[in-house]
Design a protein. Structure first.
Length: 327
């Protein structure tokens, strides 16, 4: 039986971090065993916030390297840049003509920007439409994401169902978000969701010394060394759970509850567990960084496959809505 397609994306609007890794990259890479994966770098989406050509280029490379360093197999997964399949912009326009602005006004990301009084460009307002186009153009069934993207995937599903209904045809597959409960929202240094836009991240490929420095900055309560502590409400422990073995977690939790363990010790334990986990991907990252042609080849191969599927979907869409057949 043909495998179902999995699709997801990451915005090159900053350096990928532990929240991206645990919330999306790792779960997405696990789907290599069961699905037909298409993973891409959402550069058009990043343009809503990043207006620096050099930075955008660097962040695109970092995103590609992150997938590859953590085990993306280019023979199984198509990895590509969003802009190498410009057909998504056509689909985005078509979908946008079928969505009421009221739906977009309810998007969490838009509401957060509006409530914070930030300037909102048209790209930011239309962001969920382009994201729906990304998902629907590849007939994606499964969309592995962190919790913050759930609403966007649900909007894509609604747009797909709306189009199928209006044109009385199975134009689009209805996608499902795949969210792992234990990593749905990875906390950042300040306890809020780890996010490029909050500046509270632990980037994936820092040299160990710099990583340790950041880990030491994680915000905790002000309990003294001798006091008993609650692992269940501690950011340091929440991150430790993502990297330590079950025995190590049980051991540290006991030491929290017993008192006599300072947060500095807990942070050191977290740093060591992370450093151990990141050692191998860091090496792979260094190798790949030295071989940009190899990364370009992977992206070109992924784009070719993705574009073929997108063009196929677009002729179906154009036909169904009265724009086709294409000449
Ligand atoms: P982005 O670039 O913000 O994040 C990439 C992925 O990482 C997840 N994530 C987290 N998960 C758990 N805890 C965190 N602290 C955390 N921070 C980030 C995100 O949920 C996401 O899955 N709109 C998307 C990019 C996109 C996309 C798509 C995704 C564009 N088109 C189509 C899926 C399908 C975004 O901004 O992700």
């Amino acid at each position: 039986m043909a495998r179902k397609r999995a699709l997801t994306g990451i915005q090159p609007s900053g350096v990928p971090h532990i929240g991206n890794l645990k919330g999306m990259i790792e779960p997405a890479l696990q789907l290599q065993e069961t699905h037909e994966p298409f993973y891409f770098i959402a550069s058009y989406h990043a343009l809503t916030s990043t207006k620096d050509a050099t930075l955008l280029r660097d962040y695109q490379r970092e995103a590609a390297l992150s997938f590859l360093a953590f085990g993306l197999d280019p023979d199984v997964t198509s990895l590509f840049l969003q802009q190498d399949v410009p057909e998504v912009c056509e689909l985005s326009w078509i979908l946008g003509c079928h969505v009421n602005t009221g739906v977009l006004e309810r998007a969490h990301a838009y509401k957060a920007a509006r409530d914070a009084g930030r300037e909102i460009n048209a790209g930011t307002f239309n962001y969920p439409i382009l994201m729906a186009a990304d998902i629907l153009i590849y007939d994606s069934h499964a969309v592995p994401v962190g919790k913050d993207q759930k609403q966007h995937v649900e909007m894509a599903r609604d747009m797909a169902a709306g189009m199928n209904h209006r044109y009385g045809a199975e134009i689009f597959v209805l996608p499902e978000p795949l969210i792992k409960a234990e990593v749905a929202t990875v906390p950042g240094l300040d306890g809020r969701k780890m996010s490029k836009s909050y500046g509270n991240t632990l980037p994936l490929f820092l040299p160990p010394k710099k990583l340790r420095k950041l880990v030491m900055k994680i915000v905790t309560d002000s309990k003294g060394v001798d006091e008993a502590k609650d692992p269940g409400s501690c950011n340091v422990f929440a991150l430790y759970e993502l990297f330590a073995t079950a025995d190590e977690q049980a051991d540290l939790a006991d030491r929290y509850r017993a008192g006599g363990l300072g947060y500095g010790h807990a942070k050191q334990a977290l740093f060591e567990a992370m450093d151990r986990f990141l050692a191998e991907p860091r090496e792979r990252y260094a190798e790949l960084s030295a071989d940009p042609e190899q990364v370009d080849r992977v992206l070109a191969q992924g784009a070719e496959k993705a574009r073929g599927i997108a063009q196929h979907t677009m002729s179906r869409v154009r036909g169904a809505i009265g724009l086709g057949p294409a000449r």
